[in-house]
Design a protein around this ligand. Structure first.
Ligand code: ADP
Ligand code: MG
Ligand code: MG
Length: 881
């Protein structure tokens, strides 16, 4: 087994093995870009380490061999007393986890090699600055020493000299600081800072492995649904120095604006600094154009390289670079994270530039991103003057109580409150607070700061670098330039699209994208809407799945239609029994004689019919699947306790009878009780009335010149016999209505597949069904034996925590279990009846990952709530490319 790859041996296709960072460093090396030489230890080695607690035995020798080659190539030796090689030891997983794991710079510096570095570079200050950085980073990440111990010492060193920060310390001061740092290490660990360079290297490698399981990393993976078993690669890279005087520096850049997608280079540069300083936001960066002034040659080369990278990756790239005495070095690149709006714009721009084709353009955006673009935005007319305007780092409209630390954010959010996390700048330790908050506001840092990068990745609203604000975390308050004070708990509104921060709750209006879907904004309203329009066109052309709506009112149906629905996949009829109609249902349940029951049903019939007529009108020409009554009857009856009290107070005859009925219908486990088709079979006339209402409504619409396309669906069938009996009755009713109105309605009759037994006997059931609609909510409940109403609150959190599943099976279909049943039932159904129509209704129909699954299974349609229809259309198109 090979555990180590030189940069010259890898390429970007090896991200799984080399991590994104290692793979892309290899790719840039192959492209001939200036990358400091190095090598990468595979994720495989990390997985072996995580399994056994020790690095795989072969790793040591492989590292030695690659290190020797690196030393030959650079003509230096690791930590050598005359010509030292220094390296960084960097984490890098397959999917980027910005700042969540550890990296150690300047490995190889010791009490002797520091002098060699000073002599070789002719810069003592630089040598001591690098050494103190090593001890600091190594101390924190490898030895687990509290960061504050070093920070305090650093501040202490700067203060008496009048220096503002460490950049103004002299060589002598830095040398003394290094000594102080070494003392901290000895005090805290009981051992001196390791002077053997190879020991430093090996310990750092282990620490990077371990950082895969750090608390932040685990939290981030849960949130991003990254599996916990993948492990990180470790990249060892020859050091280059941005802290080597004024013609040196370090920076981060994007090939386009990651917030808007607009073309043009965007970046931050920090002269006289090493990498970490930029992202940490501890020191203020200058725009990239500043590099043009200070190092025109390096700047020009950087622009050339960025163009090369964009064309090569055919996408927005972000990069890390360092300039050492005027020479440019590339330290990282990856296809950059971007906002949802930028994703759509960039996909269309690249398509127009001919860099990608239509299928690729579809792959470049996601349903989740589209959903984000459909969130409401602030009503500009109703917003008060902003308190401050920062950098619009990640869009959205967030409203919440100001909180100033992550723990308070988590606590208040857990109590159901909406919060906005306010920090001077964020660090990876703020992650749980960022997740809990509606939005994030920082006073420092640019578009490349930690807050901006992480918020964009999460799709969370963020305004950063609002420099007019003074954030006082200890006092839990912020102060504006005008002196307004906002305290913990005061409401703030953050506009991540404009960067404005308002006091109080600003009202929201629909997003431009929703207005476009509603037809109230034109497709060329703005660049973003035009891009969405274009992509939706591509998705609709590509998709094989129809997308229907779950809708049971004419209003919902009309919206669904505007949003592009191909019909209704689930019309629940129970709402037609609620409200004032409850009384009629009570009468039906209490009916003692056939006459009473007929009377109750006859009263319900016209109400149902009117509901269907409206629905068929709204969906004229498109299929409308009506599900016959599904929930247990007691749901329509008064609550047992309430009723008992009422009866105890005044023994009204009706209430006494009602109470008896409630007691009679009471079930321990109603979800597995008298409901669905079982109701149709034991309550005479109920389903017949509903079928009649559907058929008569259709006949009426026909007479009025409409084109109604009803389909009748029987819920909760477990055996074909149930379906046969109900079907026979229903057909008789439809025929009767057809004859009475002199029309041929041809209403398809199908069933839901939502019980394991139905799925297992799908072949038999298909003989008597015109269509199947997979009810994946109930199917998930019954396959797992989970009660959806209970488990999410009781133990799902623990299951997610333990990695038993990465996401609730009620949210994304469990492809291996529930999905396998869907797959076999679909195949068995089609084998029995070639023209069997297959669909899915239930929450999964609007979930991106599930939509892909249903596509691969070969269903005809998914059905979801009206608002999710564009998302499902897009995902169905993506699945088909
Ligand atoms: P992260 O994944 O958190 O960005 P990196 O491994 O990229 O961690 O390293 C952290 C910082 O150190 C980055 O700014 C990077 O550019 C810088 N860096 C890493 N390796 C080197 C090196 N060999 N020479 C100079 N700077 C480096
Ligand atoms: Mg990096
Ligand atoms: Mg169901």
């Amino acid at each position: 087994m090979t555990y180590v790859y030189d940069f010259t041996e890898g390429h970007r296709g090896l991200a799984r093995l080399l991590g994104g960072k290692g793979a892309n460093l290899a790719e840039m090396t192959r492209l001939g870009l200036p990358v400091p030489p190095g090598f990468t230890i595979t994720t495989e080695a990390c997985r072996a380490y995580l399994r056994t607690g020790t690095p795989p035995p072969a790793l040591h020798d492989e590292v030695s061999a690659h290190l020797a080659a690196l030393e030959r190539r650079t003509g230096r030796r690791l930590g050598d007393g005359t010509n030292p090689l220094l390296v960084s030891v960097r984490s890098g997983a397959e999917r980027s986890m910005p700042g969540m794991m550890d990296t150690v710079l300047n490995i190889g510096l010791t009490d002797t090699s520091v002098h060699a570095l000073a002599a070789r570079s002719g810069d003592e200050r630089f040598a001591w600055d690098s050494y103190r950085r090593l001890i600091q980073m190594f101390g924190e990440t490898v030895l687990g020493i509290d960061a504050a111990a070093f920070e305090e010492r650093l501040a202490h060193a700067a203060r008496p000299t009048g220096a503002n920060d460490e950049t103004e310390l002299t060589a002598g001061q830095l040398e003394r600081l290094t000594g102080a740092f070494k003392d901290i290490v000895r005090e805290r660990t009981g051992r001196p800072f390791p002077q053997d360079p190879r020991e430093q290297l090996d310990l750092a490698i282990r620490a990077v492995f371990d950082s895969w399981n750090g608390e932040r990393a685990r939290l981030y993976r849960r949130r991003e649904r990254i599996p916990h078993h993948l492990g990180t690669a470790v990249t060892i890279c020859t050091m280059v120095f941005g802290n080597l005087g004024p013609d040196s520096g370090t920076g981060v850049a994007f090939t386009r604006d990651p917030a808007t997608g607009r073309q043009g280079v965007y970046g931050d540069y920090l002269p006289g600094a090493q990498g970490e300083d930029v992202v940490a936001g501890r020191r203020n960066t200058v725009p990239l154009t500043e590099l043009a002034r200070r190092g025109p040659r390096a700047h020009a080369e950087l622009l050339r390289i960025m163009e090369t990278l964009e064309n090569h990756y055919r996408d927005l790239c972000d990069i890390e670079f360092t300039v050492e005495r005027g020479t440019l070095w590339m330290l990282q690149t990856r296809v950059g994270k971007r906002t949802a709006a930028a994703a759509f714009r960039i996909a269309v721009q690249l398509l127009d530039q001919g860099l990608i084709d239509e299928a690729e353009a579809l792959r470049r955006v996601t349903g989740e991103q589209l959903a984000q673009l459909m969130f409401p935005r602030f009503d500009a007319g109703a917003a008060p003057a902003p308190l401050a305007t920062g950098i619009a780092a990640s869009p959205g409209a967030a409203v919440g109580a100001a909180v100033f630390d992550p723990a308070t954010a988590v606590a208040r959010a857990a109590a159901g409150e909406r919060v906005v996390l306010v920090r001077r700048e964020t660090t990876p330790d703020d992650l749980d607070g960022m997740i809990a908050a509606e939005g994030i506001l920082t006073a420092r840092g640019g578009k490349t700061s930690h807050a901006a990068v992480v918020a964009r990745g999460m799709g969370k609203t963020c305004v950063c670098g609002a420099e007019e604000l003074t954030v006082d975390v200890a006092a839990r308050q912020l102060t504006t330039a005008e002196g307004t004070v906002i305290r913990e708990g005061d409401i703030l509104s953050l506009d991540g699209t404009t960067g404005r921060v308002h006091r109080g709750e600003v009202p929201v209006v629909p997003s431009a994208v929703v207005e476009y879907f509603e037809g109230t904004a034109l497709a060329d309203a703005d660049e973003l809407v035009a891009a969405v329009h274009r992509i939706m066109g591509l998705a609709d052309a590509a998709r094989r799945l129809d997308v229907r709506a779950n809708a049971d009112t004419a209003e919902d149906a009309a919206r669904a239609r505007r949003f592009g629905a191909n019909g209704i996949g689930l019309c629940r009829t129970e709402h037609m029994f609620l409200g004032e109609r409850r009384e009629l249902v009570e009468r039906l349940i209490l009916a003692g004689t056939d006459r009473e029951r007929h009377a109750a049903l006859a009263a319900l019939l016209p109400l149902q019919r009117a509901g269907f007529t409206d629905l068929f009108a709204a969906m004229d020409g498109l299929p409308v699947t009506v599900r016959l009554l599904d929930p247990p009857l007691h749901e329509f009856l008064p609550d047992l306790t309430e009723l008992s009290v009422r009866v105890a107070l005044d023994r009204r005859d009706e209430d006494v009878r009602l109470l008896a009925a409630v007691r009679r219908l009471h079930e321990q486990n109603p979800m597995l009780g008298l409901r669905g088709v079982r109701l149709g079979l034991v309550v005479p006339g109920l389903f017949a009335m509903q079928v009649r209402a559907v058929a008569e409504a259709a006949a009426q619409r026909r007479a009025a010149g409409g084109d109604p396309r009803p389909e009748i669906m029987i819920p909760l069938v477990g055996t074909v016999r149930e379906l046969e009996i109900v079907r026979e009755d229903a057909e008789a009713v439809v025929t009767e209505v057809e004859e009475a109105h002199g029309v041929r309605l041809g209403i398809p009759l199908g069933t839901m597949i939502e019980l394991p037994r139905a799925a297992l006997t799908a072949g038999q059931i298909a003989e008597h069904a015109d269509f199947f609609s997979f009810g994946t909510n109930d199917l998930t409940q019954t396959v797992w034996g989970f009660s959806r109403d209970d488990v999410e609150a009781s133990f799902f959190a623990a299951y997610l925590e333990k990695g038993i599943f990465g996401v609730s099976p009620f949210e994304t279909i469990d492809a291996d279990g529930v999905g396998a049943l869907v797959r076999t039932a679909a195949a068995a159904g089609r084998a029995a009846r070639e023209d069997l129509k297959l669909g899915v209704c239930g929450e999964h129909g609007g979930d991106p990952e599930s939509v892909r699954f249903f596509h691969t299974v070969g269903l005809d349609y998914v059905s979801c709530s009206p608002f999710r229809i564009p998302v499902a259309r897009l995902e169905a198109g993506r699945a088909a490319t």
